[in-house]
Design a protein around this ligand. Structure first.
Ligand code: HEC
Length: 168
């Protein structure tokens, strides 16, 4: 018996149903294929995934500083850290300088220089003009600003020429 019924309308309807059936099978298998690929990716060995993760974690070198920032870091940890905290986090004795020089604080570049040179003696902030040069105080500002902007991470920074320092 022929599949053709002799009725052109009915024949067209039969062909359409066949085409729809074939194309929906193709869509289902494409979707299933994607799912299989996804679950294969999820089952990749843990080592491959952790390598990918640590590569993206490495990112920019957050301990790389300019020579001015490096000078600032050095003097900060000689003179300032005992009140303002290691890494300029602030402490019980003195404010968090990262906040002071941010948009939330009131310490502009000029206020910073004046405060450091002259101190605020009645409030417990010593004057540093006899111990530090202008360049060193500029370095202190650059260091605190880099910490405040989160461009510089916690720990021991290094300059481009140095080998990367271990975290303290
Ligand atoms: C003996 C403790 C002490 C040491 C050491 C010290 N400070 Fe301070 N500093 C303070 C105190 C206390 C204040 C808060 C003064 C106030 O209330 O206005 C302050 C305030 C400041 C401010 C103003 C902060 C703000 O938000 O108004 C700056 C800037 C500053 N210190 C920088 C330095 C730097 C740089 C050094 C190191 C060279 C240093 N300080 C060392 C005690 C100290």
């Amino acid at each position: 018996m022929s599949r053709c019924s002799g009725n052109p309308d009915r024949d067209r309807a039969v062909w359409w149903r066949a085409i729809v059936a074939i194309s929906s099978t193709a869509i289902v298998s494409a979707v299933t294929g994607v799912r299989v690929a996804e679950s294969a990716a999820a089952q990749r060995p843990a080592s491959a995934r952790s390598v990918a993760r640590s590569a993206s974690k490495r990112g920019p070198d957050t301990l790389l500083v300019s020579s001015s920032e490096y000078t600032g870091w050095k003097y900060f940890h000689v003179y300032c850290y005992r009140c303002h905290g290691v890494d300029a986090f602030g402490g019980q004795l003195a404010p968090d300088l990262r906040r002071s020089v941010s948009s939330q604080g009131s310490v502009t570049h000029d206020v910073f220089l004046t405060t450091v040179k002259e101190g605020r003696i009645p409030k417990g902030m010593p004057a540093w003009s006899t111990l530090l040069t202008d360049d060193q105080i500029e370095g202190l500002y650059a260091y605190v600003k880099a910490r405040s902007d989160r461009r510089l991470g916690s720990g021991r920074p290094h300059q481009a020429a140095d080998p990367p320092a271990k975290k303290q």
